[in-house]
Write a protein that binds this ligand. Structure first.
Ligand SMILES: CC(C)(COP(=O)(O)OP(=O)(O)OC[C@H]1O[C@@H](n2cnc3c(N)ncnc32)[C@H](O)[C@@H]1OP(=O)(O)O)[C@@H](O)C(=O)NCCC(=O)NCCS
Length: 165
């Protein structure tokens, strides 16, 4: 991680210059992520070059938020979970600037998101990490990183807490 730094999104980051190639991801970063981060709704972290100065170019970002899920019928959850919702961490957004696709930045961001989720779960509990991929073609990307589909009816994938690190 010496060439890069992971920072909480703030005014020093160039949100307007970021293009992942997926409009919904870019719009979230430009229009919503800072407000959500400041209000504590969902926290966005950005990857930048370690020596970047403001306005800092965003190489990629991810957003995490706590969530509650009903796990009936899910694979890879502990036996005997209650029927009512239990805690987990949602990877709400993940994006890499399209000029830097295919260089391992998405995988690096995912590893950082997993480590942060693990620490958070160690502190307050939670069964793992969830992601709702923007489209089905992304499923192999998450499966390569250990995520499991919860059913054929939804794109949602799950990574149990013991597999986070
Ligand atoms: C998905 C994304 C975050 C991956 O970032 P990245 O830095 O290019 O990923 P990495 O270099 O770590 O890994 C590349 C791998 O992911 C796969 N991949 C990347 N983008 C993909 C896509 N849109 N669809 C399918 N597979 C994809 C590549 O095929 C490659 O697989 P390989 O290692 O087996 O060759 C990036 O492509 C992106 O920002 N896309 C647009 C926004 C988006 O779709 N975000 C996810 C929303 S859930």
């Amino acid at each position: 991680m010496s060439r890069f730094a992971l920072e909480r999104l703030d005014a020093s980051h160039d949100r307007k210059g970021f293009r992942s190639g997926l409009e919904s991801i870019d719009r979230y970063l430009k229009e919503t992520a800072r407000g959500h981060t400041e209000k504590g709704i969902a926290l966005t972290r950005v990857l930048i070059d370690a020596d970047a100065t403001a306005p800092k170019t965003i190489l990629g970002f991810f957003t995490l938020t706590p969530c509650q899920v009903e796990t009936e019928g899910w694979p890879a959850v502990p036996k005997g979970l209650p029927r009512n919702p239990v805690g987990a961490i949602l990877l709400g957004r993940l994006g890499v600037d399209q000029r830097r696709h295919g260089q391992g930045i998405g995988s690096r961001l995912l590893a950082l998101a997993r480590a942060i989720s693990f620490d958070s779960i160690q502190a307050v509990g939670g069964i793992g990490m969830l992601v709702d991929p923007a489209h089905a073609e992304l499923i192999p990307f998450y499966e390569k990183h250990g995520f499991i589909r919860i059913s054929g009816k939804t794109l949602r994938l799950f990574l149990p807490t013991p597999s986070l690190v």
